[in-house]
Ligand binder design. Structure first.
Ligand code: SAM
Length: 235
């Protein structure tokens, strides 16, 4: 067993990052961690079962997503209390980064306190991948998750416009054009980078102003998942 996968208390919860598209991005350490886990907590068992069948691993998958009732969460916490080693994954990427993973970690720590050892198994994250290729300074950045659909939406874009540093957020295929249009109205000619389908066959990176990127997206395909990165103010 590798360093960090082992010693300490009996209650162990591994937070394991999984691929955001390309299955080859799953780390060897993630696979080792799955092997020693007695069950895998996940977001959607249908999504995660594909990953485990690809790995040829037979594992008990337990869904603990945002709609899971408290009883299911308590049952999973009880498994930890009994000394069972568990891994937590979400549908893609690093759990808790704009997905339901964080809710379980919070609940488990509240219930079990410091006796619970929570161990990260790092790996892919769409936001970090996009920032790494943006060419914008990322020593200091603001990550804002998904824009709200209704309440707070205007303030969200105003906050971006008022932020001097690099800003990053997530968007879905259904809302990307609307979002870029509204973003453009607030940030004008500030440069942005839009990453579509990172690590997948149709991976595309668009660079320019929001208006320029919107035009290019309208001409091409807007299918897929998106990360938007906004460059800093040029003072
Ligand atoms: N926890 C995940 C992570 O570490 O990136 C993010 C989960 S969030 C529910 C899903 C959103 O992440 C998508 O709607 C999209 O904005 C972004 N995303 C995930 N995979 C992506 C990919 N391959 N390319 C671009 N964006 C992606």
């Amino acid at each position: 067993m590798g360093e960090g996968l082992g010693e300490g208390t009996d209650m162990k919860l591994f937070i394991v990052a999984t691929p955001i598209g390309n299955l080859a991005d799953l780390s060897p350490r993630a696979i080792e961690t799955f092997k020693i886990s007695e069950a895998i907590l996940c977001e959607d068992t249908r999504v995660s079962s594909k990953l485990f069948s690809h790995l040829g691993l037979k594992k008990t998958l337990i869904a603990v997503h945002q709609h899971t009732d408290d009883r299911r969460i308590s049952e999973a916490i009880n498994l930890l209390r009994e000394g069972k080693t568990l891994s937590l994954i979400t549908d893609a990427g690093t759990p808790a980064i704009s997905d339901p993973g964080g809710k379980f970690v919070e609940a488990a720590l509240k219930e079990l306190g410091d006796e619970l050892q929570v161990v990260p198994i790092p790996g892919p994250c769409a936001a970090i991948s996009a920032l790494s290729i943006s060419g914008f300074p990322a020593d200091n950045f603001l990550f804002l998750g998904f824009p709200p659909h209704k309440k707070g939406r205007k303030t969200y874009f105003e906050q971006i416009a008022a932020t001097e540093e690099t800003v990053c957020f997530y968007e879905s295929t259904h809302r990307i054009l609307k979002t870029l249009t509204e973003l453009g109205e607030k940030i004008g000619d500030r440069k942005i980078v839009v990453c579509r389908e990172l690590t997948k066959i149709y991976e595309t990176t668009y660079r320019g102003t929001a208006a320029e990127v919107t035009k290019r997206l309208e001409k091409g395909s807007i299918k897929g998942e998106f990360v938007v990165v906004i460059g800093p103010f040029k003072k």
